[in-house]
Design a protein around this ligand. Structure first.
Ligand code: ZN
Length: 491
């Protein structure tokens, strides 16, 4: 394998006229320990026990995450092994890293508190684990795979105290929701619900149709379907990879030992696997509800791509018979280099609907991702571009940072940050982003009809909440301050 130098920055963008440039800003300083907060996510979990298990042998195991957040809102994932968990007797913690699995027997008194201490940080994070009574207002049921994340249901609707109540309920098997009823349209409220699930599944209900009576939202497969409407959906995406690199890099100024076409192709394949594995991990941790599958038979060398350096040429290649990208496909082209876009070098691009000359149109129901600059690849490039492919294109190309984007508050760890670096690796999607990836009509999942419940136009204003949750809506903490001073080019 050819050795590569790690780099600290890159720009990746979406659409055709993206003005992304290669930011050369130095990495931010490490956070000040005195201002760091430790977060256990979710901070409150409603737990019930496997109804199919025999009484007396019921237990549940689910995972919690620990994150830290500095005074600037940047979240970090502490080093694995630096976290100490404290739980009451009868609760077993498996793992001492940032992801810990709690094994809870039915006999353990509830509620109880879980504490997480991170080495070098004075504050301690906590989470409250409580038993779901199911006797309150509305109730949600959902399948739970042992050891997986607690599910999160994001709801909105009118309550007795709020015309537009929005809440995120984390639960294992069953969770108690606020008493909800469908909000009056005149109040400008959403009446939807999105069940954010494990990495492999997400369920969507739109509209929810809450009544004044107790509503039982059932998202278990194999039993009664989602009530009152669409079923949960387990969804997989299996990207196609076309390796189009040449031995171009071998002839650059820096001589690379033993460099030839075969080495370049092999390294691209290895990188593709690595990037897809990271993408799947990030999707799962953020409950994107899509499982990314690697199929080695869908990795194909295409030496004719050595002359492709932009979306126009890539779309022309992909659509020329026999077409290489079909309905529902995600095709990833690994290329030597990309043309500069908007005055700066482009490291990766997700091709938008229209090409610059308008001669060719790639439908929204299929996506082309181009990845270039083999000496500067970073493993989070693919998951970032998949974010674009799944509808994160507004505002500012869907980026959460970057010069001139007029948006702030997401933190540098967000997957849709324009730049990645070794201090703040991109690893996090907000619930608002995950919602759009599943439900927005801009997403491949909706354009290709992969989600059964139908899409909604989330618009470009990240602060608006009428159609979709605010883009910055998150679970850790539930409310974040995202600011945006831009304007929408489209209503
Ligand atoms: Zn981008």
């Amino acid at each position: 394998m050819v050795a590569r130098a790690a780099v600290l920055v890159l720009a990746a963008c979406s659409l055709d006229a993206c003005s992304c440039t290669d930011s050369q800003a130095p990495p931010p300083p490490p956070p000040d320990p005195s201002t760091v907060a430790v977060l256990v996510v979710p901070s409150r979990v409603s737990v019930s026990f496997d109804p199919a298990a025999a009484t007396g042998s019921r237990d549940v195991s689910f995972t919690l995450q620990v994150m830290t957040r500095d005074a600037d809102g940047n979240a970090l994932e502490p080093d694995a092994g630096s976290v100490t968990w404290t739980v009451p007797a009868g609760v077993i913690v498996v793992g001492d890293g940032t992801i810990a699995t709690l094994k809870v027997a039915e006999t353990v008194p509830m509620p109880f508190t879980v504490l997480a201490k991170v080495n070098g940080i004075a504050t301690v994070g906590s989470a409250k684990i409580e038993r779901s009574t199911g006797t309150g207002g509305d109730v949600v049921f959902g399948e739970h795979a042992s050891g997986s994340l607690a599910a999160v249901l994001l709801t909105s609707g009118a309550t007795s105290t709020s015309p537009c109540e929005e809440s995120a309920t984390a639960f294992v098997w069953r969770g108690d929701l606020p008493n909800l009823r469908t909000a009056a349209a005149s109040a400008g409220c959403r009446d939807d619900a999105m069940l954010l699930w494990s990495g492999a599944s997400a369920a969507q209900l739109h509209p929810a149709g809450w009544t004044v009576n107790t509503d039982r939202l059932n998202a278990m497969t194999g039993t009664a379907p989602f009530v009152p409407a669409p079923a949960a959906k387990r969804l997989t995406l299996t990207p196609k990879f076309f390796i189009g690199v040449s031995d171009w890099l071998c002839h650059q100024a820096v001589e690379i030992p033993d460099c030839d076409l075969a080495h370049e192709q092999q390294w691209a394949r290895e990188t593709a696997v690595e990037e897809l594995q990271l993408a799947q991990t990030i999707f799962e941790r953020n409950r994107v509800g899509v499982e990314l599958v690697y199929d080695p038979t869908l990795v194909v060398d295409k030496t004719e791509l050595a002359s492709v350096h932009n979306c126009d040429a890539a779309i022309q290649w992909a659509l020329s018979p026999p077409a290489q990208v079909a309905h529902g496909d995600v095709a990833v082209l690994w290329l030597d280099d990309l043309d500069a876009v908007g005055g700066g070098p482009a490291r990766a691009v997700t091709c938008g609907r229209a090409t610059s000359d308008g001669a060719l149109v790639l439908g929204d129901d299929r996506k082309l991702i181009l990845i270039s600059s083999p000496d500067q690849w970073i493993t989070s490039v693919l998951v970032h571009e998949l974010g674009h492919a799944l509808g994160l294109t507004e505002p500012g190309y869907g980026h959460t940072d970057g010069v001139g984007l007029q948006i702030s508050g997401f933190g540098r760890h967000n997957v849709m940050a324009e730049t990645d670096n070794l201090v703040f690796p991109r690893m996090h999607f907000t619930l608002g982003q995950v919602y759009r990836m599943n439900a927005d009509t801009r997403s491949l999942l909706q354009a290709a009809g992969l989600r059964p419940a139908g899409g909604v136009d989330c618009g470009c204003n990240p602060l608006a909440t009428k159609s979709c949750p605010a883009l910055g809506r998150d679970i850790a903490p539930l409310e974040r301050t995202v600011t945006w001073t831009g304007t929408c080019s489209t209503p």
